[in-house]
Design a protein around this ligand. Structure first.
Ligand code: BYC
Length: 318
């Protein structure tokens, strides 16, 4: 006899309350499934679109060593996208369908990848600030209530923290260089600081999903809590590097035991999320072109799999 709906719901609530993992075959509320698909798909799309600003610099990296490092980092991001699409597929969606939604602009990806990477210093700053923000946001996701997402995040976070360090190391090398190189690092920091703070999402008062996602233990902290953690982590790193974060209000508040900081331009975040950022059109056009030019690979792989399956059946029948 199958369990009554209220029993299923109680079992789900008990699993979440006990900090155990919900697995794909377990019963789950439809809204929980939809929220996870939304977040994991956006996350996967971000990794894939996130390859573009950096991929654009692989041919222009200043040395073979830097080229090899950047190539490996961009490949890691493709891998993260694949783990995440696989995690989403355990919820009953198809990767091809999610890709279609991305290139039709029906699903979102992180606002941060709609800004251009203008100089080599941007590559260091993307590692330092963008991967730094990603680590801050994603470490708590290793304890997310949905098993496949939590497990994917453990490996992703290890690689992201390595990416963050390579960015910081690149910037330290530039800061030991010429005045022109130091100016490039400062300029890139000025341009990426505020968009990095926006990666954590709108302020808590304007975040429609946080409360429910926290109850389900998908999110473990609010957007503002993680943003504060990032500011506190990054301010001393900026000082050690010798750059100034472009926020005149940024200062340590001993009473709060945290940094005070200025308000990001939330109107800009809304614009970028709704498709009007500096590079939105270019990013989607590039992704669409890559998808279309890869059609023959997908068709060939499907034909090969069908041939193998046919041979296996013919072999079994003989
Ligand atoms: N950009 O209620 P809220 C990486 C959307 S990849 C765009 O607070 P939620 C990396 C939000 O989706 C980094 N959209 O939402 C890769 C929602 O829209 P819908 C990606 C944003 O989900 C390569 C609406 O605004 N990381 O690190 O509770 C190279 C209201 O927001 C943004 C992840 O995806 C934004 N910044 O919280 C280097 C992490 N912010 O769907 C690095 C996983 C908000 O209701 N995701 N929106 O129409 C999360 O942790 C959460 O989804 C967020 C947003 C904190 C981002």
């Amino acid at each position: 006899m199958s369990a009554a709906p209220e029993e299923l719901e109680q079992a789900f609530d008990a699993t979440v309350a006990a900090d155990q993992r919900v697995e794909p075959r377990d019963w789950m509320p439809e809204a929980y499934r939809r929220t996870l698909i939304r977040q994991i798909a956006q996350h996967a799309h971000s990794e894939i679109i996130g390859m573009q600003p950096e991929g654009n610099w692989i041919l222009r990296a200043p040395s073979l060593r830097r080229k090899a490092i950047l190539l490996a980092k961009v490949q890691d991001e493709a891998g993260h996208g694949m783990y995440l699409y696989a995690a989403a597929e355990t919820l009953g969606v198809d990767r091809a369908e999610l890709t279609e939604k991305l290139i039709e602009s029906k699903q979102k990806y992180s606002s941060i990848f709609n800004y251009p990477a203008l100089s080599w210093a941007d590559i260091g700053v993307i590692g330092w600030l963008v991967d730094g923000a990603a680590v801050c946001n994603q470490v708590p996701l290793c304890r997310c209530s949905f098993g496949p997402y939590a497990r994917a995040m453990i490996r992703i976070c290890k690689e992201e923290s390595f990416h963050q360090r390579q960015g910081y190391e690149l910037l330290m090398a530039m800061m030991r260089g010429t005045d022109a190189q130091r100016a490039m690092v400062q300029d890139a920091t000025d341009r990426w600081w505020w968009p990095s703070l926006m990666m954590f999402g709108p302020p808590d008062g304007d975040s429609p999903n946080t409360q429910q996602s926290m109850q389900w233990r998908i999110k473990r902290h609010t957007n503002d809590e993680l943003r504060q953690r990032f500011v506190d982590m990054t301010a001393p790193q900026a000082e050690a590097l010798g750059v100034t974060l472009p926020d005149p209000q940024l200062r340590w508040n001993p009473e709060r035991g945290a940094h005070d900081y200025g308000e990001p331009d939330w109107e800009e975040l809304k614009q970028v999320i709704s498709g009007a950022g500096p590079c939105n059109q270019q990013r989607i056009a590039h992704r669409r072109a890559a998808h279309e030019s890869g059609a023959w690979v997908r068709e060939a792989a499907t034909a090969y799999a069908a041939k193998q399956a046919r041979r296996a059946t013919e072999g079994a029948a003989a």
